[in-house]
Design a protein around this ligand. Structure first.
Ligand code: UD1
Ligand code: CA
Length: 461
């Protein structure tokens, strides 16, 4: 790829067909703005700079783009919104001297890197003066139609509103992605005339290049949704469907099996490994990573967390801001709260809540426990119903549990407390002091057996 690519993205339009007071490039598809989608794809070309032409509600666009922290982005204002031909003009002064210039409409969020790369290659290899992309959507309505002469060369683009009934039948349309030689764009843009609507159409350049015998080449995309542009509410709804199908197609390619896609919501920021299985009603959000061969059975919420390879997450598990290792088994009904780090081969069972704790390899907390502010060694077994009493009403206190500790069922560990490695507690123990390595801690009231005990009869009301 050449390293002198400069891209102009047109984002100044009023979105009048939307009737919203928001620039359409700031609208979102599955939570990600149109402009973020577009810029992410463009960044893959590693362009020297991207110049965003802004105008209508420009601060909303600038704010949205600044969040992305791309270093190669510049903004320029189109003062009066006089059409796509006019929008390019202020950006030209910002182009680097010997650059390959790509111009793209900002409302075209699904454009693929592959297509951009092929377009540039073709432009360079065929010594083009002007390249445009065309497609044949099922419904060409709304797009500019491509006019070819008898030799098949492109000679003009006619916008829908200026098309005759015959021209409207042409199904090859302008996709809104162009490549120019900088000097030609700079001189020919001045030749574009104002039309009766008082606008300058970028697409009028085609006729100007053609009349000046310049080499106009085109590439076409077979994937009609790639150049889908968003002009109306209907288009925005369709864009959500396209976005979902792109996501699920990628899942299929990576052998990620999603049993009921309509109930699954995985945000774009999530990194998914291969061979993952995801059941119904699963939400994975934020900065999350799911490793290879993970199986999430269903009804789970995972946010800002990582899950290691081959881990099984059973139904009704909530994981927030935490790190789960490899080969773990979590759930059903487990609540993993922020700042928890489970190492490898950990088993967390039903009705177990863990908060701000580190749990090392091969430890098990299988049933009905609360473990908070705890550092637990490896090979530990926590009996059913055992909890850390970490809060005295004012402060939170730490519990330290050494390797290979065995905590009997229903042990109350009153923090701050340190349980030495290899130590054991008896069932029902209330442990309020430290326990040495390999010792037994037990508090138990002596059992009293009363023979032939008669239960009191029920009172008749
Ligand atoms: C445009 C093309 C049409 C093509 C279609 C493909 C023109 C005249 N027509 O039509 O041939 O088939 O895209 O998607 O170019 N914008 C500005 N300033 C303006 C006007 C628009 O920056 O003064 C921006 C808009 O914000 C938008 C982009 O340019 O991102 C395209 O404008 P839009 O009005 O959507 O053009 P279309 O009618 O879709
Ligand atoms: Ca458009």
């Amino acid at each position: 790829m050449p390293n002198n690519i400069n891209i102009i993205v047109l984002c100044a339009g009023k979105s009048s067909r939307m009737g919203l007071n928001i620039p359409k490039v700031a609208l979102t598809i599955n939570g990600v703005s149109l402009i973020e989608n577009t810029l992410k794809n463009l960044q893959k070309l590693n362009p020297e700079k991207i110049i965003l032409v802004v105008g209508f509600k420009k601060n909303l666009v600038i704010e949205e783009v600044k969040k992305l922290k791309y270093k190669n982005i510049e903004f320029i204002e189109q003062k009066k919104l006089l059409g796509t031909g006019d929008a390019v003009k202020p950006a030209i002064s910002k182009l680097n001297k010997k650059s390959q210039v790509i111009v793209l409409n900002g409302d075209t969020p699904f454009i693929e890197y592959k297509t951009l790369r092929n377009a540039i290659k073709k432009f360079i290899n065929n010594k083009g003066d002007f390249l445009l992309t065309t497609s044949k959507p099922l419904s060409p309505s709304g797009y500019g139609r491509i006019i070819r002469n008898s030799k098949g060369n492109i000679v003009q683009i006619i916008e829908e509103r200026n098309c005759s009934t015959e021209e409207k039948k042409i199904n090859e349309v302008n996709s809104g992605l162009y490549i120019f030689k900088k000097e030609l764009l700079q001189s020919y843009i001045k030749k574009v005339r104002k039309n009766i609507k008082g606008e300058y159409y970028l697409t009028d350049l085609v006729e100007i290049f053609s009349k000046n015998k310049k080499n106009i080449i085109s590439i076409s995309s077979k994937n009609d949704s790639e150049f889908f542009n968003i002009n109306s509410f209907d288009d925005l709804i369709k864009a959500h469907h396209i976005d979902n199908s792109i996501f699920f197609e990628n899942c299929i390619r990576n052998n990620i099996k999603i049993s009921d896609p309509s109930t699954v919501n995985i945000s774009k920021s999530v990194k998914l490994g291969r061979n993952i299985t995801i059941g119904p009603n699963v939400y994975i959000q934020g900065d999350s990573t799911i490793g290879e061969d993970v199986n999430i059975l269903g009804n789970c919420y995972i946010e800002n967390s990582s899950v290691g390879k081959n881990t099984l997450i059973k139904p009704f598990v909530n994981i927030l801001d935490s790190k789960i290792g490899n080969n773990c088994e979590i759930g059903p009904f487990s609540n993993i709260r922020p700042d928890t780090h489970l190492y490898d081969n950990i088993k967390i069972g039903n009705f177990v809540e863990i908060k701000k704790s580190k749990i090392k390899n091969n430890s098990k907390i299988p049933h009905l426990s609360y473990i908070g502010d705890t550092e637990m060694g490896s090979g530990v077994n926590i009996g059913a119903g055992s909890i850390t009493c970490n809060y005295d009403g004012f402060n939170k206190h730490k519990t330290l549990i050494g390797d290979n500790v065995f905590i009997g069922s229903d042990t109350m560990m009153i923090a701050p407390i340190k349980i030495g490695k290899g130590a054991t507690t008896g069932a029902g123990t209330i442990l309020s002091g430290d326990l040495d390595d390999n010792s037994l801690g037990i508090t138990r009231i002596k059992e009293k057996n009363i023979p032939n005990w008669k239960r009191k009869p029920k009172l008749n009301k």
